[in-house]
Design a protein around this ligand. Sequence first.
Ligand SMILES: [Zn+2]
Length: 94
Amino acid sequence: MTILPDENAEQMQEEYVCAGCWQRLSLEYTADKTARVTCVRCGDDRGFVHKSWAEKQREHDFADASEVKRLLKKLGVIDQQSKTEEEILADLGF
Ligand SMILES: [Zn+2]
């Protein structure tokens, strides 16, 4: 659990995200001008990472996903051509 003075907690919320899910941190203000910094999804124990680091990781993940998709298409594991929204819905029975 991280409890900081209000202004430090707000700065932390602006600069950091949850280390578990990389989502925005939540602040719970207390009566003594402090705030508890937490993640509503993961709780208090996951820690924090800087937003710029999380953004770089997302970019790497997107690039990795694109490469895997390209290779799966090349190997014939997934279709070469993308299906339209209507074709996907029809395959699902809608
Ligand atoms: Zn989280």
